[in-house]
Design a protein. Structure first.
Length: 191
């Protein structure tokens, strides 16, 4: 029996403060969409190098119940995130726009024990422990933070790394040739 047809569907508010307390334990499905600016996501704002008008993330969420062989149907949460933020390019140390387009699938569980018992082999979906006052805004921010690259960079060929030597001004000539470090060790051994 498909429970989606008998359960009501709740439309989530797009207001960030309303996303801080969502009751995912109620026997109903949820649907919602909205836009979160960088200022709505304080941990992400700390990572951003600059905030340009329009930076932020469109989110889309839908839950449904899926039959589980030999068990009660499980509630599935599908979360889509699409947006942009600015980080420092690690190649040229200039501002760099990072576009993200992520889709996540979670199985909603009510206890940490259920989450720990969830098979690790299933990479398509992961368990998410929910409650009657679940902070969906924090989960959205977590997923954006997990999606940003560890080493943000402009696309290949867009920026040129500047060769600089510590303590040498740009207009001074930097030393071109360095002594081989193995020669230094060889000379130390002789002495």
């Amino acid at each position: 029996m498909n429970r989606n047809q008998v359960l009501p569907q709740v439309q989530l508010s797009a207001d960030p403060s309303a996303l801080k307390r969502v009751d995912f334990c109620a026997p109903q499905s949820y649907k919602g969409a909205g836009f979160l600016s960088i200022s709505d996501l304080p941990r992400l704002a700390e990572e951003a190098s600059t905030v340009v008008s329009g930076d932020g993330f469109h989110w889309e969420l839908e839950t449904h119940f899926e039959d589980s062989p030999g068990a009660e149907p499980r509630q599935i949460l599908n979360l889509g995130l699409e947006g942009r933020l600015h980080l420092i390019c690690q190649r040229c140390l200039q501002d760099c726009a990072i576009d993200l387009d992520e889709k996540r699938r979670f199985i909603l569980v009510t206890t940490e024990e259920e989450a720990e018992d969830f098979p690790l082999e299933d990479e398509e979906q992961e368990p998410l422990v929910v409650s009657q006052q679940f902070n969906l805004l924090e989960t959205i921010e977590d997923e954006v933070l997990l999606s940003i690259p560890l080493i943000p960079k402009h696309p290949e060929g867009f920026c040129e790394p500047r060769a600089s030597v510590f303590g040498v001004e740009d207009d001074e000539e930097a030393p071109v040739e360095r002594e081989n470090p193995f020669n230094i060790l060889k000379n130390m051994k002789k002495n």
